[in-house]
Ligand binder design. Structure first.
Ligand code: EPU
Length: 418
């Protein structure tokens, strides 16, 4: 199994280019099921999760062509004739569940293996299913599968108990072909939802308010061809911002949207990091003495849970006491014991972590328990004394395109062992 080895202590310098957002591209690929035409996604990140969701679409007979040389995914869904995607593929990637909304909208039927829990939490799908049922679908759960059937979906008012990103996306996609008007209230406001709505609207949907807590969708009958370039990955950008702070370096990050990064910029600025944004680029200077802070993860525009592990790594290396409270997932501190092996002083109490900054982190073998945990351990390795070996790196490959190449380009001593 691949691992990444980092020799810590080298300051970073230079530029790094951010890829398109994984969490935009996955629902966008799923949404392509709605179209009869050709869907082209430009500047798509060549990531394991993108390959898996493409295979999920192929398993229901869609044509998906991944042009790795030009970072492009081309999808034609006119041939879809299967309504049960391959169970083994679905199990590999939770986001596979996002095909449910488009399938029930376009074909009135889908049967899909239930996603299990995962390392970061139980992650139920009750809100997705309640939404489909409110649109008139018959939902049957049993034998490890969920099935949705509908002769016709009918628009409705749906109030989400929690602003779930996936439920908002899935229900929004289902409602695009429902008769009449659907309103989703307490919808998730993440930028990736607005990006998905922009994609759907380019295809012919009628969606207003995506990116706010109230989304209005008027059903349409048909979707056409579309070409789209997804938004930049705000979590990848945030990860490189932390890389700069943890190594006390100044770097330039190319490809950011300042609006999407506000919660991350606010917290790093509070610590004393200097950040200047110039159009799509950002210069980040972490060379000053930094202060400890408290962080609470929240739905957007609050601080993103997907940056929690990276911030824990950074705060472990800052003198003083910091507290992180994780409110989105119930089990997203799996990286803490690994960081403790590197010398971090972290105490977990339920959903909170108290972090006492230490003078130095020390390299050792640590395990990536999930995607962001793995990225955070690489960041710790950049700051640690000696060599850090991050194993189970396949988690990181699911969401960061060429992370070691990008860090090497900034001057880090990092390599991958196969
Ligand atoms: N939830 C329910 N019922 C549901 C759906 C969600 O109780 O029907 C709960 C979840 O268990 C969780 C909370 O609501 O505790 C938030 O889950 P949400 O549905 O918002 O998350 P998601 O759609 O499963 C997406 C991202 C995650 C990111 C979260 C939160 C994608 C493909 N995944 O997941 O990304 O952490 O939103 O922002 O968009 C990552 O990239 O590392 C990652 C895990």
């Amino acid at each position: 199994m691949d691992k990444i080895v980092v020799k810590g202590g080298k300051p970073l310098t230079g530029d790094v280019k951010i890829s398109s957002a994984k969490n935009s591209v996955l629902p966008i690929i799923a949404a392509s099921i709605l179209s009869n035409g050709k869907c082209i996604i430009e500047n798509a990140p060549m990531l394991e999760d993108v390959f898996v969701i493409s295979d999920v679409l192929r398993s229901i007979s869609a044509d998906v062509n991944i042009d790795r040389d030009n970072n492009r995914v081309i999808i034609e869904s006119s041939n879809i004739c299967d309504f049960e995607p391959c169970c083994d593929l679905v199990k590999k990637l939770r986001a596979s569940f996002l095909i449910m909304g488009p399938m029930v909208a376009r074909f009135g039927r889908v049967r899909i293996s239930l996603p299990g829990g995962c390392n970061i939490g139980t992650r139920p799908i009750d809100l997705h299913l309640k939404g489909f049922a409110a649109l008139g679908a018959d939902i049957n759960v049993g034998y490890g599968y969920v099935e949705a059937k509908a002769n016709e979906l009918i628009g409705n008012n749906i109030y989400l108990d929690f602003p779930s990103v996936g439920a908002t996306e899935n229900i929004m996609m289902a409602a695009t072909m429902a008769k009449g008007e659907t309103i989703i209230e307490n919808a998730a406001e993440e930028p990736e939802i607005e990006d998905l709505a922009n994609y759907l609207n380019k295809m012919g949907a009628n969606i207003k308010g995506a990116g706010t807590g109230k989304i209005k969708i008027v059903g349409v009958k048909e979707f056409k061809s579309v070409t789209h370039r997804p938004i930049y990955d705000r979590i990848e950008a945030g990860t490189f911002m932390v890389a700069s702070a943890i190594t006390k370096s100044k770097i330039k990050i190319l490809g950011v949207d300042e609006e999407h990064l506000k919660p991350i910029i606010a917290k790093l600025t509070e610590m004393g990091v200097i950040i200047e944004v110039d159009n799509d680029n950002l210069v980040i200077d972490g060379r000053r003495e930094l202060k400890p802070i408290d962080i609470k993860t929240m739905p957007y525009p609050g601080f993103p849970t997907d940056m929690q592990a990276q911030m824990m790594g950074l705060l472990s290396s800052i003198k003083g006491t910091s507290v992180i409270t994780e409110t989105i997932f119930e089990n997203r501190f799996m990286h803490a014991p690994e960081m403790k092996r590197m010398g971090a002083n972290i105490k977990i109490d339920g959903r909170s972590a108290v972090i006492e900054g230490v003078n130095k982190l020390t390299g050792c073998e640590v395990k990536a328990t999930d995607l962001r945990a793995g990225a955070a351990l690489i960041l710790c390795g950049l700051a640690a004394e000696g060599n850090t070996e991050v194993t189970d790196i396949y988690h990181v490959d699911r969401g960061y395109m060429g992370i070691e190449k990008k860090l090497k380009g900034l001057g880090a001593e990092i390599y991958r062992c196969f």
